[in-house]
Design a protein around this ligand. Sequence first.
Ligand SMILES: *[C@@H]1O[C@H](CO)[C@@H](O)[C@H](O)[C@H]1NC(C)=O
Ligand SMILES: *[C@@H]1O[C@H](CO)[C@@H](O)[C@H](O)[C@H]1NC(C)=O
Length: 399
Amino acid sequence: MNKFLKSALFSCLLLSLFLSSSAQTCKSFTSFTNNVIYNSCNDLPVLNSFLYWNYDQSNGTVNLAYRHTSVTASNWVSWAINPTGQGMLGSQALVAFQNSSGVVHAYTSQVTQYQTNLPEGSLSFGVTGLSAELVNGDMIIFATLQIPSSMGTTVNQVWQVGPVSGGAPGTHPTSGDNVKSMGTVDFLSGQTTTSGGSGSRIRKRNVHGVLNAVSWGTLMPLGVIIARYLKVFKSADPAWFYLHVACQCSAYVVGVAGWATGIKLGSDSPGTQYDTHRNIGITLFCLGTLQVFALLLRPKKDHKYRLYWSIYHQTIGYTVIILSIVNIYKGFDILGGQKNWKKAYTGILIFLGFNAAMLEAFTWYIVIKRKRDSSEKYPPTMNGANGVNGYGNRTNQVV
Ligand SMILES: *[C@@H]1O[C@H](CO)[C@@H](O)[C@H](O)[C@H]1NC(C)=O
Ligand SMILES: *[C@@H]1O[C@H](CO)[C@@H](O)[C@H](O)[C@H]1NC(C)=O
């Protein structure tokens, strides 16, 4: 049992390590259609945006790709350097959208006023190799910029998404993430800062993901494994019960925290694209809470309703596990490109599944062996007194 707990703790630790080490999501996307390998990349904190580049310090050129995910054919996207200040006014922008010919049109535009439909115009620095593509909801703008040495290696950047209207970029939303999409980028060191508003959304999403993957996704299935397989060992009774309760209760507490961060994230991003994830999350919270209350209503071992309670408890329990796993994978999809997270969590699931399968086989072996041993020792009629787990009825049943 000690060994079992150790491997459980180890897997939790492993999961947290994997999750925290893969916070950079831009790194998992490398297959650009222009076959360029970008040595630096950064996750921009809002608006599903990523910047990739190669910087040549000797002549001040930046070969870059700006990638904006979850874009539709009726969106425009833009990434800009602002040499004169922070924010929108004065930005030297690269713009792309799918125009009425169904072609992705990429061009440059200087932003001189707030009410603008981003007319074409040349920038204050040189731009070559400008192109853009829209593939599977990823809009990617490619360009090489000639950064004047007077600008240094750290520049103000602004990025944006908005609707196309009348064949030109229309006004973008003026609240939420659309007014937080600015900061600086150091082309030399790869460092970015955000100046546009509170905390990083990516960090919040990562916290949400870690809390939920550890609680709903790992601790809860572990608690089920404990309940199902440890009770077969005489020496683990009633320890298995306390372990099960401890595991599920801590999973519930951490899980509610993770759930709350999700609800907060959801309220910060209007729109319906995460509705399924949110609805499954809310269902999980209700079912999880029901399980906690069901514990308080648990009939005594020999009570006539105990069987019904067990069926109910296990049905809800297994439903929660399945829904949790489904929703965690939905979460990975929302994070987009977080292949390492997905792999790490899949590894944990395989580990848990493998252990469960081994324990299942071992349990059957023990139960059958006990049945045989006891039928040798006692007349067959006494077998009926044995508990479901193959050994005597427990009189010291807890609760
Ligand atoms: C800058 O240097 C790189 C590598 O040395 C070269 O490929 C690129 O063409 C140069 N760009 C300009 C504008 O001189
Ligand atoms: C659409 O964009 C392409 C590529 O930039 C351009 O050649 C074409 O003229 C544009 N069509 C319209 C209707 O603007």
